[in-house]
Design a protein around this ligand. Structure first.
Ligand code: DQA
Length: 152
């Protein structure tokens, strides 16, 4: 890994620190560390590096998006429940210049009605949902495609 590798900021929202213990029938038994390791390994194979932050606090995630401006090439974000109501995260992501991939382990559209709205979706380049932990690999691969051969 060199300093020249584009950085993909991977953001994990509230309660994702409990993956592995939390509702395993919905979210699986892998931990967040497992998912981050898969994202990092996928990124390494594609000439990218991953920085990860998990927070249960909306403002910490907003701050991380601000700090990514001009520094990170792309953002992959699983906002957890903030997906469905955080206009602050929406606005922060709108101010980020690179691609944004919205990521969910489950398929929120196949669950309760209140999960069908994503306020992040309008500012995301695309979304990956419903593929469980494999979504972390797919999201990083999507970023590599979006950044393209002449990527920063
Ligand atoms: C989630 C889906 C959200 O609706 C939920 O609040 C989460 C996890 C997912 O990865 O499937 O916390 O983002």
């Amino acid at each position: 890994m060199t300093d020249a590798q584009p950085i993909v900021l991977l953001l994990s929202g509230p309660n994702l620190n409990l993956l592995g213990e939390r509702e395993p029938a919905v979210y699986g038994t892998a931990t967040l560390d497992d998912h981050v390791a898969l994202a990092a390994a996928t990124a390494a194979g594609l000439g990218l590096s991953v920085e990860h932050l998990q927070s249960n606090h909306e403002g910490a995630l907003v701050d991380a998006v601000h700090a990514a401006r001009g520094r990170c090439a792309a953002i992959v974000v699983n906002p957890g429940a903030l997906t469905h109501y955080s206009w602050a995260l929406h606005d922060a992501l709108a101010a980020f210049e690179g691609p944004v991939v919205e990521l969910h382990l489950s398929n929120p559209n196949a669950r309760e009605e209140w999960r069908h709205t994503s306020v992040v979706a309008p500012v995301a380049t695309g979304a990956i949902a419903g593929f469980g932990g494999d979504g972390y690999r797919l999201a990083v691969e999507a970023v590599a495609h979006l950044l393209g051969p002449g990527r920063p």
